[in-house]
Every structure is written in structure tokens, then in C-alpha cells.
Design a protein around this ligand. Structure first.
Ligand code: KG4
Ligand code: ZN
Length: 340
């Protein structure tokens, strides 16, 4: 089959600690999605070790790609293009996926499409081809990002607010460690919070300051002090988890509500690993009903890193003719910036 009649894209994602590949249709269907997590390799270090991540990607990427093609029942000649995450992320990890994708594209004579990881998180909302009323406010909350974007009618993104220190996912992982929970801590804190009886009250970060930025380091320190002060007398970890989570939810809702009122978007798109959180999903659903604005978040399984979301972004880029060169570099830091 040639590129004009081929209806599928192979997407590869290796920006952090998941080696992932997916086959998506140009109709935005997900034909296969394989995620090989390295969590077990990094757990004893309490976080992602970049060098270990790169090595594990090298060992796994080809098998993951083969599995994605097999699950989808697709041969290389059926592909319209090969897509890959170009950045932001760990540079060594990104280079593994980039090199693999370039090699496949070259060997199979397919066009290559480079995808931004943050945009891919947002595009996880477009699985299945559903249209979103634009302009939209987008909130990406992950291990590395806590950022509000404005998406205009042409799907261009502009930063309207971001964390001035830590990302929410990073804070979840640190609080989990303080509470003796395993890495990555977000899902564990989420679960534990449901068992709380008297949640500890922590101040909501930046509640009194104007604008659309976020902050997590003060809250994280408040949790650390609380744990230290109550270490001897003993404390209820579930009450700390729930108190931390409530402060995070209140901050996100406050800033999102403010952005919706200020910018008057036609819809809201939430995305990123932390959006898998049950309390955040519930609070956002309430907010959507309260303000009467469509608010979407990806299926639970597509919130954390995966390649189906990379494929979704690649479909639009490919259809818009945005084909990359084989000598393109990876980039480690975020590219989407505030424009005037
Ligand atoms: O988007 P992601 O997979 O990777 C990055 O691009 O950063 O996000 C990973 C982050 C981790 O910090 C993890 O603890 C957090 O998402 N996370 C959660 C939940 N599931 C994953 N945080 C809170 N509640 C959850 N249920
Ligand atoms: Zn991510």
C-alpha cells in the first residue's frame, strides 16, 4: 500500500519512563497502544534516573513497536507515516525514540512527523475524532508540567499560566515519599485520601494572588513540616493525603475558574498524568456543570504517558502536511511560550 492510500500512523513515545508505541488511524481511531513501564527499575531510587531510562528504552523500543504493529494487524507498508515525541523530556530518553523512529521512517521510506509531548497530552482528548468547540482553555497537569494554555481556532497554543516552582505530579510524588508510599506516588495518595476521616487543612497555594500561575513548593513544605511535627505522637497518613489533595484540587479549580471567566473559552480541555486523579476529575466535572461549559478529559488510561496521544497529534500534523526532516534534533525543554 502506498502513502496516499495508507490510513494509519505508527507513533513512538520515549520522553520519560514509559516506552510506548501505538498505531492510530487517520480517522483518529486507536488501533493498538502498548506501554512498557519502567517504574520497577526506578522505584528503589524514588524517581526517574535518566541514564537508566535511556538504557531501558534502547532495550525495549523495538519490541514495543513490533507489538503495536502486531496488535493492530498492520504491516509497515500499511503506514502513512511514522511519528515520534521530539520533546520536551529527558534528552537521552527522547533520543532513543527519535533514533528508532528515524530509522523506521528511512528503512520503510515513510514520512516522519515530530510531536510535542505536551500537545500530545492535550490531543489525548481527541481520540475517536470528537470535535471540540474552540477557542479552548487547556490545563496540562503532569509530573513535569502544570500549565494553562489558550488554544485558538487554529489549534495554536499560548501559555496563559504555569507553575512558578514544582509541577503538581512532582509534588504528589514527594508527598507520597513523605508518607512512605511507593513511587510514583500520585495514584497511592489518590487511593489513600479516600480513607481520610479528618483531613488536615493546608492553605490553598496562591489563593490570594491574582493571575493564572500555580505554586506547589509551599504546600509541599507545609506537608513536610506537618509530618515532622507529628512524627513522634503519630499521625494519620490518610488525613495528610486528603488534606494535600484538597489544597491541590482547590488551587486548580480556583485558577481554572478564573481563566474561564477571564478568557471566555467555548470549552475546556484537561490533560496529563495527574488528570487521572479521582478527586480532580470529580471537581472538574462539578465545575463544568456549575459554569455550563463543556469540559473534557481523556480516558483514564490515556492520561499518563502513552503513544496513542502522540499518534492523535501526529494525525493533524500529517494531514496539514507538517512532515519533518530526518536530521531534526530532540529538545528537552518546553517550546510553547507566551506570545504577545
Ligand atoms: O503525564 P505523566 O505520565 O508524565 C509526565 O509527562 O510527567 O504524569 C506522571 C505523573 C506522576 O507524577 C504521577 O504520580 C502522577 O502523574 N499521577 C497521579 C495520578 N496518576 C498519575 N497524580 C495524582 N493522582 C493520580 N491518580
Ligand atoms: Zn507526559
Amino acid at each position: 500500500m502506498n502513502t496516499h492510500t495508507a490510513r494509519a500512523i505508527l507513533a513512538i513515545e520515549t520522553s520519560c519512563d514509559e516506552t510506548a508505541a501505538a498505531v492510530v488511524g487517520l480517522d483518529r481511531s486507536v488501533r493498538s497502544s502498548v506501554v512498557a513501564s519502567q517504574v520497577d527499575l526506578h522505584r528503589r531510587f524514588g524517581g526517574v534516573v535518566p541514564e537508566i531510562a535511556s538504557r531501558a528504552h534502547v532495550e525495549t523500543v523495538n519490541a514495543v513497536v513490533a507489538q503495536a504493529l502486531e496488535d493492530a494487524g498492520v504491516e509497515p507498508e500499511d503506514l502513512a507515516a511514522v511519528a515520534v515525541t521530539q520533546g520536551p523530556g529527558l534528552i537521552g530518553a527522547l533520543l532513543v525514540g527519535m533514533t528508532a523512529a528515524k530509522t523506521y521512517a528511512f528503512a520503510w521510506s515513510k514520512p516522519i512527523v515530530y510531536v510535542d509531548h505536551i500537545e500530545a497530552h492535550i490531543w489525548a482528548n481527541f481520540v475517536g475524532g470528537e470535535e471540540t468547540p474552540l477557542p479552548a482553555v487547556c490545563l496540562v497537569v503532569s509530573g513535569g508540567h502544570t500549565t494553562l494554555y489558550w488554544m485558538d481556532e487554529r489549534q495554536q497554543l499560548t501559555v496563559i499560566g504555569e507553575t512558578i516552582d514544582d509541577a503538581v505530579g512532582e509534588a504528589y510524588d514527594k508527598v507520597a515519599r513523605l508518607l512512605g508510599l511507593p513511587y510514583p506516588g500520585g495514584p497511592h495518595v489518590d487511593r489513600l485520601a479516600h480513607e481520610a476521616r479528618t483531613p488536615v487543612r493546608f492553605p490553598v497555594p496562591l489563593a490570594e494572588s491574582p493571575g493564572f500561575d500555580f505554586s506547589l513548593s509551599g504546600l509541599k513544605t507545609a506537608v513536610a513540616y506537618h509530618v515532622r511535627e507529628h512524627a513522634e505522637r503519630g499521625f494519620e497518613p490518610a488525613d495528610v493525603a486528603a488534606g494535600f489533595q484538597q489544597a491541590v484540587v482547590d488551587m486548580l479549580v480556583l485558577k481554572l475558574k478564573r481563566a474561564i471567566r477571564h478568557f471566555q473559552p467555548r470549552s475546556v480541555l484537561a490533560a496529563g498524568g495527574v488528570i487521572a486523579n479521582s478527586a480532580i476529575r470529580a471537581a472538574f466535572t462539578n465545575l463544568s456543570a456549575q459554569l455550563g461549559i463543556p469540559l473534557r478529559f481523556p480516558h483514564f488510561s490515556l492520561c499518563t504517558d502513552n503513544a496513542a496521544m502522540v499518534g492523535m497529534r501526529a494525525v493533524d500534523l500529517f494531514l496539514a502536511g507538517q512532515i519533518g526532516e530526518l536530521d531534526a534534533p530532540a529538545y528537552s525543554i518546553t517550546r510553547t511560550r507566551v506570545s504577545s
